[in-house]
Ligand binder design. Structure first.
Ligand code: FES
Length: 242
């Protein structure tokens, strides 16, 4: 049986499995901590820093990212202390300056009273990507393909296909699109083809032999078929017709 620990979050006592992350424990008890780079099923990475909380253990209080901080016996957590609110607001101010027209970032920033970045307008940018790397991690950890990676350093860092050309290993599954917290991955389907513009790729969609619906990229289905050793023609029918 797993070991349990006692901790306090925002003045209330809880019991949690030792080693589980503060963010998960808080969420399991309905306590909201804002996040951008966290996704169920993908290893936490601590990129966005929005999930910061104050933790006190013994005499020591410090700020940590709750997605990466494991609970321990006697831990005291504050998710919305004045210090946390101040720091989160500063982080959102920076994100808003980078993504000044992004809907998700604007809404989050507004929650903290920021209608526009506090920086001079010449420093405002119009990116959608916050470089959290979720797309890269999903591709690597969930799909097992590693078709894209984070390239460059510092402010030039961004997710890109190899040699900034085309993600030749991409199977078109769209995991990167589905996990992106800010809608920075642009994917579209038209005329039987799925395009993922960020990685310069296009995939023919498989047509169901019965109902004719175009339901998934052929490359993705072939990847799954081979991986699971399924017979040829296994995916001729869509899930509804099978
Ligand atoms: S959710 Fe913890 S750093 Fe982004």
């Amino acid at each position: 049986m797993s070991e349990m620990v006692n901790l306090t979050i925002n003045g209330k006592k809880y019991t949690a499995e030792k080693g589980s992350m503060v963010l998960k424990v808080a969420r399991d008890h309905g306590i909201r901590i804002p996040t951008l780079c966290d996704h169920e099923g993908i290893e936490p990475f601590g990129a966005c820093r929005l999930c910061i909380v104050e933790v006190t253990h013994g005499n020591r209080t410090r700020i940590v990212t709750s997605c990466l901080y494991p609970v321990e016996e006697g831990l005291v957590v504050q998710t919305d202390s004045p210090r946390i609110i101040r720091n989160r607001k500063m982080l959102l101010d920076l994100l808003l300056a980078r993504c000044s027209e992004n809907k998700v970032i604007k809404e989050l920033a507004a929650e903290y009273g920021l209608q526009k970045p506090s920086f001079r307008e010449e420093y405002w940018e119009k990116h959608d990507c916050i470089v959290c790397g979720l797309c890269v991690r999903a591709c690597e950890q969930v799909v097992g393909v590693s078709a894209i990676s984070l390239v460059n350093r510092g402010v030039s860092k961004e997710p890109k296909p190899p040699y900034l050309e085309k993600a030749t290993a991409c199977i078109g599954c769209g995991s990167c699109y589905y996990v992106c917290p800010t809608g920075a991955v642009k994917m579209e389907e038209k005329n039987g083809v799925r395009y993922i513009y960020n990685w310069n790729v296009a995939f023919k969609l498989k047509k169901c032999a019965k109902c004719g619906i175009e339901w998934a990229p052929e490359a993705q289905l072939e990847y799954i078929r081979k991986k699971w050793n399924l017979e040829k023609g296994f995916f001729d029918l869509c899930p509804n017709c099978r």
